[in-house]
Each structure stands twice: as C-alpha cells, then as structure tokens.
Design a protein around this ligand. Structure first.
Ligand code: ADP
Ligand code: MG
Length: 270
C-alpha cells in the first residue's frame, strides 16, 4: 500500500506542484493520476520512489515512512516506465530486459533466458531480442519498456505517460496488454496520463488532479463519470471526451457505456 498523508511539494521558485495530498493506493490495484498538464501528476509519482522529496507530509510504502528508507533499496522494489520507454540505446533489447535481475545478482545467462520469455508474453517476437532499441518502432520500444519492468518483477510499478508517444492504434493495444498483465499479476500500479479516456479504461481507481496540484476527486471510474465532485472534474471529463459531458449524460439517463456508443456514432443534439 502506498499512502500520501498531507504531502506537499513546493519547488524553490515558489511553485506549489502538489498541495496537501491525502491519497491511498491499495495493493494490487491500478490507480491512475489524471489531469491537465502541470497539475502535479509527475511530481506526485516521483515522490513515491524519492526521485523528488516532499516539502512536507509523509509518504509510506507498506507502512514504512520512505524518508527513512535507502532510496536505492526503495527503487529495487519499484519499477519505473516513462514515455520514451527509457531504454539503454547501446544495449540489445534482451539485455535491456535482463538489466534489473542481473543487478539483483542473477546470472546473465539465466536472466537472458527469462527475458526471452517475458518478451514473448508482452507480444514481441523473440527475434527482436538481438536488436538495439533504435531498430524498433515506438510501440515495440514501449513493449520492451513494459517487459523490462515486468522482468524486474517489482511489487510496485510507476508508469508516467508510458503510451502517449505512440499512435492511437498501438496505444489501444498497449492499454489492453497492461490490463491483461494486471489480471495475471495484480501489481500495485500508479499510472500517470493526461487522457481521461485512457484513465477510465485502465484504472481501478482514478485520481483527478486540478490546478495548483490539488486532488479534486479520487474514485472508481464509474463514480467519477456518474458523480463528478465539482465543476472542474465535470469539465475535465466532459471536455476531454469530445461531447456534451454532463448535460448530455444527465439528459439521457443512459449508462456510460451506452452513451459512449451514442457519442462515438456521432448522434448529436440529444
Ligand atoms: P504534470 O506531470 O501534471 O504535467 P508536474 O508534476 O511535472 O506536472 O509539474 C507540476 C508543476 O510544478 C508545474 O507547474 C511545473 O511547471 C512545476 N515544476 C515541475 N518541476 C519543477 C522544477 N524542477 N522546478 C520548478 N517547478 C517545477
Ligand atoms: Mg508529467
């Protein structure tokens, strides 16, 4: 379990990036941090593995105040996937995937063998294992990023806009993939995105951040869509979903998934 208790981050220039955040990420859930650019999603996430230190408040992981945990040790239990996949360009795909197990003391041979299996499980042809990252498409690189995080097998995974640089089709595939993996593995995942559609598709719980690093609502996706806590949340889910948001939803009384069909089929003026 990851718990933020009154966590604030103010940068030296005075910017309050995260404002008094109280939030619990339960074990085995996929929690999404969503909100417009600059609302403190990345800062909140990076405080979990101590890449950024809070100005005040306490962050605990499995009951330990992380300010007392050695950051290197802390990070061995926390995988981190970023938008560019963060692969090491001079290492072959297979060695990118095998990195953390080798760091943890596994033999290179054994780690490579396991890496091949993981590559296959995230939908990559093992033939690609010999290539360098630059010889892969963006979507394939992201899959390698996911494979690497998976091979390391940390109980916690942090993913910062991991799919936002790939095209929409590949992106949907990767979203489905992460859901499939999660069904199997039940990791504790914190996933940052600015895309509300992505958030409600993959999240067990969704935290909506607003301006000034304020948490506006933290709920299951259905609750968020049916009961937005305030105008900010209503606007965010409405504006980003490309149709008339709340008014539309309340006027029809249809459940959300049917509304999506209506909205996507382009029927207007309901
Ligand atoms: P998000 O990931 O939601 O786009 P960030 O957490 O990156 O937002 O940033 C939150 C706020 O903090 C923004 O206003 C950003 O400009 C500011 N910020 C981020 N990093 C720094 C920094 N190192 N110094 C000063 N301000 C920063
Ligand atoms: Mg960010």
């Amino acid at each position: 379990m990851i718990e933020f208790a009154g966590v604030t981050k103010q940068y030296p220039d005075g910017t309050v990036a995260v404002d008094n955040l109280d939030l619990v990420v339960p074990d085995g859930t996929l929690t999404v941090f969503v909100g417009p650019s600059g609302c403190g999603k990345t800062t909140s996430m990076r405080m979990i593995n101590r890449m950024i230190e809070p100005t005040s408040g306490t962050l605990t992981v499995d009951g330990s105040d992380i300010s007392t945990v050695d950051p290197v040790k802390l990070r061995l239990g926390i995988g981190y996937v970023i938008q560019s996949a963060g692969l090491m360009p001079h290492q072959r795909v297979i060695d990118n995937v095998a990195t953390v197990p080798v760091l943890k003391g596994e033999s290179r041979r054994k780690a490579r063998k396991a890496a091949l299996g993981v590559l296959e499980r995230v939908g990559l042809d093992p033939e690609l294992a010999k290539r360098y990252p630059a010889q892969l498409s963006g979507g394939q690189q992201q899959r390698v990023g996911v494979a690497r995080a998976r091979a390391a097998d940390p109980p916690i995974l942090l993913m910062d806009e991991p799919f936002s640089a790939v095209d929409p089709v590949v992106r949907e595939e990767l979203q489905t993939e992460i859901l499939r993996l999660q069904d199997e593995l039940h990791k504790t995942i914190v996933f940052v995105t600015h895309d509300i559609d992505e958030a409600v598709k993959i999240g067990d719980r969704v935290a909506v951040f607003g301006r000034g690093g304020v948490l506006e609502q933290y709920d299951a996706p259905e609750r968020l869509l049916s009961n937005p806590a305030n105008d900010f949340v209503a606007g965010f889910i409405g504006a980003d979903r490309g149709y008339r948001g709340l008014q539309f939803r309340h006027a029809t009384g249809l459940p959300m998934h049917e509304l999506r069909v209506v909205a996507e089929s382009g029927i207007d003026g309901l």
